[in-house]
Design a binder for this molecule. Structure first.
Ligand SMILES: O=C(O)c1cc(=O)[nH]c(=O)n1[C@@H]1O[C@H](COP(=O)(O)O)[C@@H](O)[C@H]1O
Length: 235
C-alpha cells in the first residue's frame, strides 16, 4: 500500500490538529486517519480541508447498521474524495455488499473509488473477551479469518485486524487483499486499551499492508521524531 504509515489524528481540537500536522511533513507523502473524535465535532470540514491540501485520507467511521442505511451513508462518504473508509464486518454479508455498492453509487465520475476496509475483531478485544463476552466458539485467528473471507467475498478491499493475524490471513484469504493493522506499539510505548499489539518492525515482518498509529505519535514528546522513527522501522 502507498504511504503505509497511517497517522490517526485522534486530537480534540483544531489547534492540536494543526500542531500535529505541522510535524508530519509534506501532505502528499502522508496518509492520515480522521475518526470519530474529529468527525463528531467538526463534521466533514476537516476532511475537505485535508483533501484539498493533498493528504491521503482514511475516513474511519466504522459503519455498522442495516444495509440500506449503510448504503446511503457510504454514498455520502464517497463524495468527499477520500481514499479509505471503514465498516464493521460483523454487520454481515448484505451490509458489506451494500457498503460497496454505496461507494460505487456516490463516487463522482472520473474519481477513484475509495477502498472499503472491514474491521474484523477490534484490536482492543482480547482472546478472553472474544470467548466469554462475545461467546465466540472460534479462536481469535479463526474468527478474524472467517470475517475476512466474508468481507472479501462481498466487496471489501481489505480488513482491519491485528498484525498478529496477518501471516495466517495472507495464507488463507489471499495476497490480493489489504491487511491494515492498528495495535501498533513501539517497544518502549504503553499498551493503553489495546490488546493484540506488535511493534512496527513485527507488523512489517508479519506482512501488514499498512499500519495505523495514534498515541505513540500524538502523545510523544517529539511527535515528528516518533513518526519518522516508525516510518523508518516499517519501511
Ligand atoms: O479502524 C481502526 O482504525 C481501528 C480498528 C481497531 O481494531 N483498532 C484500532 O485501534 N483502530 C484505530 O486505530 C487507532 C489506534 O490508536 P492508538 O492505539 O492510539 O495507536 C485509533 O484511531 C483506533 O480507532
Amino acid at each position: 500500500m502507498n504511504k503505509p504509515v497511517i497517522v490517526a489524528l485522534d486530537v480534540e481540537d483544531k489547534p492540536s490538529l494543526d500542531r500535529l500536522l505541522s510535524k508530519l511533513g509534506d501532505p502528499k507523502d502522508i496518509t492520515v486517519k480522521i475518526g470519530m473524535e474529529l468527525f463528531y465535532q467538526f463534521g466533514t470540514e476537516p476532511v475537505k480541508e485535508l483533501v484539498a491540501k493533498g493528504y491521503s485520507i482514511f475516513l474511519d467511521l466504522k459503519l455498522h447498521d442495516i444495509p440500506n442505511t449503510v448504503y446511503n451513508g457510504m454514498k455520502q462518504i464517497a463524495k468527499l474524495g477520500i481514499q479509505y473508509t471503514t465498516i464493521h464486518a460483523l454487520g454481515g454479508s448484505e451490509m458489506i455488499k451494500k457498503a460497496h455498492e454505496g461507494l460505487i453509487a456516490g463516487t463522482p465520475k472520473g474519481k477513484s473509488l475509495p477502498k472499503l476496509l472491514a474491521v474484523t475483531e477490534l484490536t482492543s478485544i482480547s482472546d478472553d473477551s472474544l470467548a466469554n463476552e462475545q461467546n465466540c466458539k472460534l479462536t481469535m485467528k479463526d474468527q478474524v479469518i472467517s470475517l475476512a473471507k466474508m468481507a472479501k467475498k462481498y466487496g471489501a478491499d481489505g480488513v482491519i485486524c491485528s498484525p498478529l493475524e496477518v501471516e495466517k490471513l495472507r495464507a488463507e484469504v489471499g495476497e490480493d487483499f489489504l491487511y491494515v493493522t492498528p495495535g501498533i506499539r513501539p517497544a518502549t510505548d504503553q499498551k493503553f486499551d489495546q490488546s493484540r499489539i506488535a511493534t512496527p518492525a513485527q507488523a512489517k515482518a508479519f506482512g501488514s499492508s499498512a499500519i495505523v498509529v495514534g498515541r505513540p505519535i500524538t502523545l510523544a514528546k517529539d511527535p515528528q521524531a516518533a513518526y519518522q522513527k516508525i516510518v523508518k522501522e516499517f519501511n
